[in-house]
Design a protein around this ligand. Structure first.
Ligand SMILES: [Zn+2]
Ligand SMILES: [Zn+2]
Length: 340
């Protein structure tokens, strides 16, 4: 049986296009999902000029499972992310890092252009799906699948300790979640934002200190105290301004995709023994840990809801473009309009 569903693609002009996708029936290892919500990420904006189904922060309900799928059943609520799978047999796939697969990579925006979360349905390999914990409402689950995992990874991979200071540059889609994760881990959270406007909200989300760009430029921030610096702004900062506040042996994480080169003082890197880390995606284990931690500590994205229609998506993109979303746009799938 063929599967047909409605989806929203990017296009040359950057206009959102509504289309019908026809998909082969699920293979023995795949799952058919009826989507409920998808978050809107900065990466979707990068891809809206391409002919591909947008969206990689999905949450939905399992409607059909392939004959070999034992980990999921009909009715399970699942999350879909950036990585759709790989060959399944190489070292990268076997260790869970399938986005590095050289044989049959399937990553959002790079391959596999007919599968995305801006759609009424998605067909996905069971091996790249996570169950959403019951206590996380569906509208909040989507943004955890990209933004949430992106900010959780630095904390998980570098063994952040509760007595460390985590610095967060930018209070937006990523930053507002990073503040919550780091503070729930017990860390001292220092937030760096352009202006005063987000001070109150940052403190409410769990920040312990808040500094503006002016504070940094005028040298009003104490020296050498940030152990992990998470940069969540869409553009890379002027590193010179941040050098004095970095602790010896600290870690820097540029978390957004930027096309710029990375200009930082080699002298500082060596003399302060500072590491710069690139991170891309999470293994299923890391995703499950993040979701479990978010569920237990009631970490929720602050969302603005839009209908998943051509108009709704366009409006959400426009707001994102202007930096006006507080703090993550979420698109609600409109099932009644497509005859499912
Ligand atoms: Zn993303
Ligand atoms: Zn592989």
């Amino acid at each position: 049986m063929m599967i047909t569903y409605t989806a929203f693609k990017g296009s040359n002009s950057g206009q959102v296009v509504e289309t019908k996708i026809t998909h082969e029936d699920v293979t023995p290892t795949e799952v058919l999902i009826e989507n409920l919500y998808s978050g809107l990420c900065g990466t979707d904006a990068h891809y809206k000029h391409l002919d591909l189904v947008l969206g990689h922060e999905g949450v939905g309900v399992v409607k059909q499972v392939g004959t070999d799928v034992k980990s999921l059943k009909t009715g399970d609520r699942v999350g879909v992310g950036y990585v759709r799978g790989g060959c399944g047999y190489c070292n990268d796939c076997l260790t869970g890092y399938s986005w590095f697969c050289q044989n049959a990579p399937k990553n959002y925006g790079l391959q596999d252009f007919e599968s995305g979360c801006f759609a009424t349905n998605t067909v996905w390999p069971a091996s790249r799906l996570v169950k959403i914990p019951d206590s996380i409402p569906s509208e909040y689950a989507g943004p955890l699948m990209c933004a949430g995992q992106t900010v959780f990874l630095p904390l998980a991979r570098t063994e952040v300790r509760s007595w460390d200071t985590v610095g967060i540059v930018g209070v937006g889609g990523l930053g507002h979640l990073a503040i919550q994760f780091a503070s729930k881990m017990g860390c001292n959270v220092a937030v760096f934002s352009g202006t005063e406007s987000k001070r109150e909200e940052a403190m409410k989300l769990g920040a312990s200190e808040f500094y503006t760009a002016a504070d940094l430029k005028e040298g009003k921030v104490r020296k050498s105290f940030v152990n992990h610096l998470l940069v969540t702004t869409s553009e890379l900062p002027d590193w010179k301004v941040y050098e004095p506040i970095l602790a010896n042996q600290s870690h820097i994480f540029p978390l957004t995709i930027s096309m710029e080169d990375f200009h930082i003082s080699a002298l500082m890197l060596v003399t302060k023994e500072i590491s710069v880390h690139g991170i891309c995606a999470s293994t299923l284990t890391q995703l499950n840990k993040m979701l479990d931690f978010a569920a237990r500590h009631k970490i929720r994205p602050v969302i603005e809801e839009f209908p998943m229609t051509k108009e709704g998506i366009t409006e959400a993109f426009e707001k994102l473009d202007k930096g006006k979303v507080r703090y993550r746009a979420v698109l609600k799938v409109q099932h009644h309009t497509n005859g499912h």
